[in-house]
Design a protein around this ligand. Sequence first.
Ligand SMILES: [Cu+2]
Length: 268
Amino acid sequence: MLVAITICIAMANSNNPPADCSGLDSPSASQTERRSALDACATEAKQKPLDYFLDRIEQLGWHDSRTETYGDIIATWNQDEISQPAIAEKLFSLYKNERASADARVVACRALAGLPKVKRPAEMLPIEQIRVEITTLPSLMAYDRKEFSVAPGCLVHLTLHNPDALEHNFLLVAPNALAEIGIAGDRMGQTPDGKVKEFVPDSKKVLAVLGLVAPGKSKSLWFIAPSKPATYPYVCTYPSHWRTMNGKMKVVSPITPPIPNPESEKKK
Ligand SMILES: [Cu+2]
């Protein structure tokens, strides 16, 4: 009896080979290949493609290499589907959840920020999307931009151009953590796997990472600005670069006109 059941299960499985989901996460796959892998896996999981994809997005880890491609897929998704109340709400709660991984929040935010304002949930309206470009200064061990400002919680698309002859990276770090993270990067230069890890210290004070950019190349990174107004240093942690190769990202609340207090107005 047991043998018969086993044979039946084996036959059923051979009739329905598992969908190949590897195309979705393969760095070399095209957008079309990713989308067809996603559709096949969603069918197998008996879910709608967008529901299946949202589950995958929620599972993105810290500094996950899939963040950029998942973000590109969701940013070009059918806007009518994304703006459905249940989907938009799910994405919005993921974006607001500061305990979720930064990568999952970025992808959720890209989905909603890509919608025209008329299709965005009311709570999403204040979210800004800004682009920042930073270029390394050849032979000077410095970024050309020493400072920029963003609104709390806004979506930042940062591009680092590297015309220098050396490799450089870009890490956004917690307030006052510049020296700590810079020194940790220096120490990684003395370990065999420092280069493999792109000199990114394993620390909660590292908030966003753009790995090493080769000479003559550019790389981009999406991240969500912290919600707490403060000055957040950014730095290149290639050993010995941090002392001069750094800058400040200021998170500043939008300036709103003071609301008159009716009581004090009466006293005048
Ligand atoms: Cu550098």
